[in-house]
Ligand binder design. Structure first.
Ligand code: FRU
Length: 325
C-alpha cells in the first residue's frame, strides 16, 4: 500500500509550547503535515536552550532526513550544526529568526523591518506626528528585536515632534521593573510599542496598577487569534493595535515538500504582515476562524479516508483468504 514516497521532515523548535506563538507554529505544521499522508514529521523542542537545540538537530541527523526545518533560538552558536546539515546535502529551512550564515537552503518569515515601519507610520498618522513614545525591545541578540527596532527608528526619526524612549526587557519580570520606572519618570506617554503582544499586555498591566492605562495606546506584535492573543486584546480595548506576525507553520511544510521533490525554491520567502486595530479585528478573527474550521474539516475527511482504506484492505485480505480456501 505504501507505494507513495515517504518524506521525512525534522523540525527543531526553539521555545516551549507554553509560548502560544510557538504552539501555533507547531500546530499549523502538524495540521499541514496531516494533509499530506506521505509526510513523517518529527518535532523536537529546545526549551530555550541553544545547546539543546544543537543536540536535537545532531540527533535528527543520525537518521534519514529529507528536509530539516529550524526555528533558531539564537543566531550564532547554532551556525556550525546548520552548516553541517547543509554540507551533508540536507535541505535546511530557517524560520522566523535569522542565523549568521548563508549556508542554508531557504529562509521563511515576515519582514521585521517592515513590521517596525508599520508601527512607526501608524503612530505618526494617528498622532499627527506629535507624541511621546516608549519602545520596549527584547534582548539585542535576536534578529526580530533588532530589525523591528531598526524599522521603527527609521520612521520615527523622520518626525522631530515624536519623542522616543527605548527600554530593553529580556523577560516579563524585567519589563515590570523597567517600565514601572519609565512610568514614574514620564508624566505623559502617548504610545507604547512593544516587542510582542505578551509584552504589550504586560506593560498594560503595569500601567493599570498605576491607573495610567487609559491614557496610553499600546501596540504589540504577533496578532494571534486565540483567547489570550493580540486580536482579542484589540477587541477588548487593551491594545490599540497589533501587527500580524505569522508563524509560517503551514508554509514551512509546503516549502519542505517542494525541496523534497527537488523543486527550485527562493532563498528568501517573505510572509505577509498587516496592522490589526479596532477597524479590522473582527474581520481578521472571523477569517482566521473560518480557516481553522476548513482545516479541521479536511483533517476529518482525511481520517475518514484512512478508515475506509483500512476497511478496504481488511476486506481485501478476507477475500484473498476466501479465494485461497
Ligand atoms: C515567540 C516570539 C514572538 C515573536 C517571535 C520572534 O516566541 O517571541 O512573540 O514575534 O518569537 O522570534
Amino acid at each position: 500500500e505504501d507505494n507513495q514516497k515517504r518524506i521525512v521532515i525534522g523540525f527543531s523548535q526553539s521555545i516551549s509550547e507554553e509560548d502560544s506563538w510557538r504552539k501555533s507554529m507547531d500546530n499549523t505544521m502538524m495540521v499541514e503535515a496531516s494533509l499530506h499522508p506521505e509526510i513523517d514529521l518529527t518535532i523536537s523542542n529546545a526549551n530555550g536552550s541553544t545547546k539543546k537545540q544543537i543536540n536535537d538537530i545532531e540527533k535528527m541527523m543520525e537518521h534519514h532526513l529529507d528536509v530539516l526545518i529550524v526555528a533558531p533560538y539564537g543566531s550564532d552558536s547554532i551556525v556550525p550544526v546548520i552548516e553541517k546539515a547543509n554540507k551533508k546535502g540536507i535541505p535546511v529551512i530557517i524560520v522566523d529568526r535569522k542565523v549568521n550564515t548563508s549556508n542554508y537552503t531557504s529562509f521563511l518569515g515576515a519582514d521585521n523591518v517592515e513590521v517596525g515601519h508599520i508601527a512607526g507610520k501608524y503612530i505618526a498618522s494617528m498622532s499627527n506626528a506629535h507624541a511621546n513614545v516608549v519602545e520596549i525591545k527584547a534582548t539585542t541578540d535576536i534578529s526580530p528585536s533588532v530589525e523591528r527596532s531598526l524599522g521603527f527608528k527609521q520612521i520615527i526619526d523622520q518626525y522631530p515632534n515624536i519623542k522616543k524612549v527605548s527600554i530593553s526587557a529580556p523577560n516579563l519580570e524585567s519589563l515590570n521593573n523597567n517600565f514601572s520606572k519609565v512610568l514614574d519618570s514620564m508624566q505623559r506617554i502617548d504610545y507604547v510599542f512593544a516587542f510582542n503582544d505578551n509584552m504589550a499586555l504586560q506593560a498594560w498591566e503595569v500601567a493599570k496598577r498605576k491607573g495610567r492605562e487609559k491614557n496610553i495606546k499600546f501596540i504589540g506584535i504577533d496578532g494571534l487569534n486565540d483567547p489570550n492573543g493580540g486580536i482579542q486584546a484589540v477587541k477588548d480595548g487593551k491594545l490599540t493595535a497589533t501587527i500580524l506576525y505569522p508563524t509560517g507553520g503551514s508554509e514551512a511544510i509546503k516549502l519542505a515538500i517542494k525541496l523534497a521533490n527537488k523543486e527550485i525554491v527562493s532563498k528568501n520567502n517573505i510572509l505577509n504582515t498587516t496592522l490589526i486595530d479596532s477597524l479590522n479585528a473582527d474581520i481578521m478573527s472571523n477569517q482566521f476562524d473560518k480557516i481553522s474550521v476548513q482545516q479541521s474539516d479536511i483533517e476529518l475527511q482525511q481520517n475518514k479516508i484512512k478508515e475506509q482504506e483500512k476497511k478496504y484492505s481488511t476486506q481485501r485480505n478476507l477475500l484473498i483468504v476466501i479465494i485461497l480456501f
